[in-house]
Design a protein around this ligand. Structure first.
Ligand code: ASP
Length: 327
């Protein structure tokens, strides 16, 4: 083969190699996508993810399959996605825990602001303080008085250090000035099972995991952690109404890809997320569960980055004051 021909073939090869990533982005997605939820199946984050994933599947023309990777308050699943190939086929749907983990975990293996390509905010879900249905205190005032006296013997369920339920419990303990016996789970679904079964006393969790159980009378409910009451639970007072004004949490959720994902791919995912949040079934299921999709201009990478950045700053001093850390 002549040197000229060899040179020509080599250049063609190099051109093809350059062109193939672009082709991959244009065709994306050509195979099913995994959406990691860093908590157990059947819990509140899982519920949000499955509703969104279903519409995204239709929009993208490929299945978006939810995979539950629970443990360590969401840091296990998030770490898995941080290390995944940035090809658009592994995503993460995580919540507020993404912003508390860098302060709570002394040896967090990833930097939430550097390890991900943000896609957009999803929803902000209120939390509710609930208990096994035969738990003694009748209302929030009685609960506070009870915790001040017997809090050290009260069991509190949460989904691991860094989870929203852990965070809420931390604030409740601070309000009552007491350290409860904390019981960690892989997610709030098994925690709720044990509350219903009466094996554990208290839990504070998203309305996406508690609304049906409160309405069915399977658990006792004390308050909701938003400034105004939620329409799906109109009789439940807010934490402000019952004098727990520092206990304000909206569990914001975001969708992420691993850092390095091509912007052409994240743009497709952003568009699919926005379609999912505008979907009538998603809107009505969210409403039944006490929440709503974020406004469309928040379902963007810029809005998620801004929220994550400000929430890391917001929670750092609160966590430092509480002095709770994990390794
Ligand atoms: N709601 C849980 C939490 O406490 C996690 C879950 O199971 O979705 O963060």
């Amino acid at each position: 083969m002549s040197n000229i021909l060899k040179g020509l073939l080599a250049s063609l090869g190099a051109l093809a190699a350059l062109a193939s990533p672009a082709l991959a982005q244009a065709d994306y997605p050509t195979q099913p996508i995994t959406m990691v939820v860093p908590f157990s199946a059947g819990g509140p984050t899982d519920t949000v993810a499955r509703l969104v994933a279903q519409v995204m599947s239709t929009e993208l023309g490929q299945q978006v399959l939810v995979q539950n990777v629970g443990g360590a308050g969401g840091t296990l699943g998030a770490g898995q996605v941080a290390n995944a190939k940035p090809d658009g086929y592994t995503l993460l749907l995580h919540h507020i825990g993404m912003s508390t983990a860098p302060t709570l975990y002394r040896n967090l293996a990833f930097d939430p602001l550097k390890a991900f390509a943000p896609i957009g905010l999803v929803t902000s879900v209120p939390m509710t303080i609930v208990a096994r249905k035969d738990f003694e205190p009748a209302d929030a005032a009685a609960l506070l008085a009870y915790l001040k006296e017997k809090g050290a013997d009260t069991t509190y369920a949460h989904a691991g250090i860094g989870s929203a339920s852990h965070l809420c419990g931390m604030l409740l303990q601070e309000a009552a000035g007491v350290q409860m016996i904390t019981v960690p789970y892989q997610g709030a679904a098994p925690a709720m099972t044990d509350i219903i079964g009466g094996q554990v006393d208290l839990l504070c969790d998203q309305t996406t995991n508690t609304t049906n159980q409160i309405k069915a009378g399977e658990v006792k409910a004390y308050a909701v952690t938003t400034p105004t009451r939620v329409a799906s639970l109109p009789d439940l007072p807010t934490t402000t109404e019952v004098g727990l004004d520092k206990l304000q949490i909206g569990v914001w959720h975001g969708l992420y890809a691993p850092a390095g994902t091509d912007p052409a791919i994240t743009a497709k995912l952003e568009a699919a997320l926005q379609k999912a949040l505008a979907n009538a079934t998603v809107v009505s299921r969210f409403a039944e569960l006490g929440t709503a999709p974020v406004p469309m201009d928040q379902a963007t990478p810029a809005a998620l980055t801004a929220e994550l950045t400000s929430q890391i700053e917001l929670w750092r001093p609160i966590i430092q004051a509480a002095g709770t850390y994990a390794d």
